[in-house]
Design a protein around this ligand. Structure first.
Ligand code: SAM
Length: 230
């Protein structure tokens, strides 16, 4: 089994537990990454938007509500089913970022929330995203913050595998900003923004300790880039 197949099987198996943790308000993402990402992506009214690694489609719901003509793609069949159920107005496809089943230049913006850290060949993923983006299209994606975990510094391109939920191994890459920059340069993207994700006030009420820690050490960050003509 390839790493990607393993990962898809893991998300297939744990999709419902992930959803359950979300429903119980236990996913820090919902108080940190989701609001910051939606805010950073901004106005999407009328835009053709693709969410890569869309998971159960929580971001897609908000993009659709804000008027985007949205599509999503994910390697986990179970996640795709959940996302389609939650987002009847969006087209959700089972597939990989390496091979997007879309024509050239058919999106104005590609978003990706906490998914590209699972992708081994980041440059190859950027090239494929660039192909489906129009001229000067935007790429906005979130990642684990390079300084979010002091025990695993993100320098270069480090493979890490840890247990996300009991029994769910979580292979991902801890990457430094320098590594991302190298890949944008190679694939024709230019950085337009970098954001540390701070927790929303809601987290303060729900989990005060996590709020304090993640206000001091941001868990996630968001990169915004624009396709440049070459
Ligand atoms: C941490 S989850 C995030 C899901 C969703 N974006 C969210 O924030 O709720 C990562 C997602 O990326 C998907 N994924 C991982 N590698 C992928 C790839 N090569 N192509 C498309 N999706 C991928 C996984 O199946 C999983 O649903």
């Amino acid at each position: 089994m390839s790493l990607e197949q393993n990962l898809a099987a893991g998300y297939d198996q744990f999709a419902l537990a992930y959803l359950q943790a979300r429903a119980e308000g236990k996913l820090l993402n919902d108080y940190i990454e989701v609001p910051e990402m939606i805010n950073t992506v901004g106005d999407v009214e009328g835009l053709r938007l693709l969410d890569v690694g869309c998971g159960s489609g929580i971001h897609l719901q908000q993009y659709v509500a804000k008027g985007a003509k949205a599509a999503g793609i994910d390697i986990s069949k179970v996640m795709v089913e959940l996302a389609q159920k939650e987002n009847p107005a969006a087209r959700i496809i089972h597939g990989s970022v390496y091979k997007l089943p879309f024509n050239e230049a058919c999106f104005d913006i590609v978003t990706s929330s906490l998914a590209l850290f699972h992708v081994e060949e980041l440059g190859r993923a950027f090239l494929e995203i660039s192909r489906v983006l129009n001229r000067e299209g935007r790429l906005v994606y979130s990642d684990l913050h390079p300084f979010g975990y002091s025990e695993i510094p993100a320098v270069g391109n480090k493979f890490v595998e840890n247990e996300l939920l009991p029994g769910f191994m979580f292979p991902h890459w801890r990457r430094g900003v320098g590594y991302h920059t190298e890949k944008w340069t190679e694939t024709g993207f230019q950085l337009t923004g970098f954001k540390d994700c701070y927790p929303s006030q809601q987290l303060r009420a729900v989990n005060h300790k996590a709020y304090e820690i993640r206000s001091a050490f941001p868990l996630f960050c968001i990169y915004s880039a624009r396709k440049i003509n070459q």
